[in-house]
Design a protein around this ligand. Structure first.
Ligand SMILES: [Zn+2]
Length: 267
């Protein structure tokens, strides 16, 4: 038994060293092209639904924004990216897109003041049928936040995984959330965030037919003008366990996934 433990430990140590050496090697190579899209859910001290999973406390969030600023990043919207891709505008040297899924009320009460104080852009993906429910933004808050410069997208009507339903139901989910918001006075919805980040090829066609221009996944990596606009990659930023170091590692993870060519979808 002791021998077995020794062998197992040796294997673990060798594997860890190999991964470490691999990461060191990749980081010594020129940085790959592309910019990050960050996936947040809520900026608030406590998470009312689940214990510490998706909430980033405001102090951590501000530290992350300070770091991005130090590193020379400038926030853009998905619209900026799509327009630049068509040659209609220039992008800053180091763009970053801040996205927020689900449409929590704290996006209005906690996040918006931080964005406005710092002059930052962001994109929020709303679940159509959750608008106005407890802990979610109300219609008035939603229209106001859009009016104040935050980009609004759809996160479907009911936040059900689109990959686990028939295509007609999936079409309704993306179509109805867009229509519901537009009928209620929200400006045109042209971007989607796939619930749970999951998608299929058929869904891309449906999104095109339903007049969406872009969609974000949960696949980590960086984005360029060659990235399929319906498969934009995102780096998930949950509640940090290891402060700013974890945030830096998550950015590095996006870079490494791109260098290794994992989840690269060209259009
Ligand atoms: Zn979600």
């Amino acid at each position: 038994m002791k021998k077995f433990i020794k062998i197992a430990l040796s294997i673990i140590v060798i594997a860890a060293l190999a991964i470490f050496a691999g990461v060191q090697y990749l980081l010594s190579q020129p940085a790959p092209e592309g910019f990050p899209i960050l996936e947040y859910h809520m900026v608030q001290e406590q998470n009312p639904d689940k214990a510490y999973e998706y909430n980033v406390p405001p102090a951590d969030f501000e530290a992350q924004l300070d770091y991005l600023q130090q590193e020379g990043y400038t926030t853009i919207s998905i619209r900026d990216y799509l327009r630049a891709k068509k040659g209609l505008q220039e992008l800053p040297e180091k763009p970053v897109i801040l996205t927020f899924d689900d449409g929590y009320e704290s996006n209005y009460t906690e996040l918006l003041p931080i964005l406005e104080r710092r002059g930052l852009k962001a994109t929020i993906f709303m679940v159509g049928n959750d608008i106005g429910k407890e802990n979610y933004m109300s219609w008035d808050q939603l229209k106001d936040i859009q009016h104040r410069g935050v980009e609004i997208g759809s996160h479907t009507a009911n936040h059900l995984p689109l990959t686990e339903m028939d295509l007609n139901t999936a079409r309704d989910e993306v179509k109805l959330s867009k229509l519901l918001m537009e009928w209620n006075g929200v400006n045109t919805i042209y971007t989607l965030s796939y619930p749970n980040g999951k998608y299929t090829k058929d869904l891309l066609e449906i999104l095109k037919e339903e007049e969406y221009l872009a969609a974000v996944t949960g696949d980590p990596g960086l984005n360029t003008f060659e990235t399929n606009p319906y498969l934009l990659q995102r780096i998930n930023i949950p509640h940090p366990m290891f402060g700013l170091t974890e945030f830096k590692w998550r950015l590095i993870k996006g870079r490494i996934f791109t260098q290794l060519g994992i989840y690269q979808h060209k259009s």
